[in-house]
Design a binder for this molecule. Structure first.
Ligand code: GLA
Length: 388
């Protein structure tokens, strides 16, 4: 697909040439799950699946959209775009445009064609990639050089205000900032980050369970509320804390008995997961792959038992992966309630790994998981800008 298909798609949709062409990737998270909205640490990587957006400006404030994958179109007026989401794909585009304008940018109307290769509902952040590719296109049309952190923040707010998910900043941030063959270690409070090289011998293997749970968004918001309740309850003895990020595992052990039992479970996941991100980054730096695998396993257990966001299909995928050839580590990735697992696998064993997990899962669950072998990809970019 790529560049030519986007150019052609735009031309067929709007009978003229685009002036801007952008791309932005989906992501997997290696470790640091449900920590981002607790001001904590995450370690995601962008993947080779991505969204492309071709765009050209208009002289008015109308936005005309064509979704290439679906063969559908939609439109809105930038001056009347702030109404809440309607659970339509155009909400993400309206959302990023409105949030960029709320942040002070003035955008022109536009014609936009987009399409991509990121499977939807697989927990690989297709919506963040859409926001980042289209957001970057809008900024180029407005004649400004994108500030990637502001763009990521606008994408996060688009999810809050237009999709109804009170997500953290991880997905948008990594889609905007990633570097190929690297993961990103991000401090979600300060937004300070470091590119962490991934071992050349490893591949990122994504196993998509094919399951998407209706309740994912409401359960996600509920987890966030439980974390906030934890902060409120802990603040009575730790008045200086702002978020679970400020609580150590020792403090929680000491004060845990005072918390509501479910809130305690949620806090324990977040606080131990934050510590695991740091250990994981160290293990990678020391090339200690045994520790990498152990930390991924601990993370999955914590998400399953304490945070309760896994499901049978994800657990089965992890279980088969752990017994498969070449597996360094396996865990669910992203928000959970279905979606995918991420597996770090030795390159020479990827095909055997795939076969083993596919076969085991088919026998146990009765459906075929979709397995993708990928590498860490580069973040959003503007591929061409032509004069209007
Ligand atoms: C979703 C959200 C992210 C993050 C993860 C869980 O992907 O969009 O902000 O909270 O879930 O780590």
């Amino acid at each position: 697909m790529k560049q030519e298909r986007a150019s052609q798609g735009f031309f067929e949709a709007f009978h003229r040439h685009h002036t801007v062409l952008t791309r932005a990737p989906g992501r997997v998270n290696l470790i640091g799950e449900h920590t981002d909205y607790n001001d904590g640490f995450v370690l995601p990587a962008a993947i080779e699946f991505e969204t492309w957006a071709a765009a050209a400006p208009r002289t008015d404030r109308q936005v005309r959209l064509v979704a290439g994958n679906r063969g559908e179109h939609a439109e809105f007026d930038l001056d009347h775009a702030t109404h809440p989401g309607t659970r339509h794909w155009s909400d993400y585009i309206r959302g990023i445009a409105v949030e960029l304008e709320r942040d002070g940018y003035r955008l022109p109307g536009a014609e936009i064609w987009f399409a991509g290769s990121i499977p939807e509902g697989a927990g690989l952040s297709s919506s963040a990639a859409l926001e980042m590719s289209v957001g970057m296109a809008f900024l180029h049309l407005a004649g400004v050089t994108p500030d990637r952190a502001r763009l990521a923040r606008a994408g996060q707010l688009a999810e809050h205000h237009f999709a109804g998910t009170r997500c953290g900043i991880m997905d948008q941030f990594v889609s905007a900032h990633a570097q190929s063959d690297h993961a990103i270690l991000l401090d979600c409070r300060s937004l300070a980050y470091r590119h962490i090289p991934l071992p050349e011998s490893l591949r990122l293997v994504i196993c998509n369970s094919g399951v998407t749970h209706e309740l994912a968004s409401s359960e996600y918001n509920k987890r966030r509320e439980q974390c906030e309740a934890g902060v409120t309850q802990l603040r009575t003895t730790l008045p200086g804390i702002r978020a679970l990020r400020d609580v150590t595992p020792e403090q929680l052990q000491h004060l845990g008995a005072r918390l509501d039992p479910v809130v305690l479970q949620r806090c324990r996941h977040v606080i131990t997961e934050n510590a695991r991100v740091e250990s994981f980054a160290q293990a990678l730096a020391q090339h200690d792959l045994a520790a990498v695998g152990r930390l991924m396993e601990e993370s999955h257990h914590s998400l399953r038992n304490d945070y309760e966001v896994s499901c049978n299909e994800l657990d089965a995928l992890v279980q088969f992966a752990q017994a498969a050839p070449g597996c360094v580590g396996a865990r669910m990735t992203g928000g959970g309630f279905g979606g995918s697992t991420i597996n770090l696998v030795q390159e020479q064993h990827v095909e055997a790994f795939k076969e083993f997990v596919e076969g085991g899962f088919e026998r146990a669950v009765g459906t075929t998981p979709r397995i993708h072998i990928t590498r860490a990809a580069a973040g959003a970019s503007c591929v061409t800008t032509l004069p209007a």
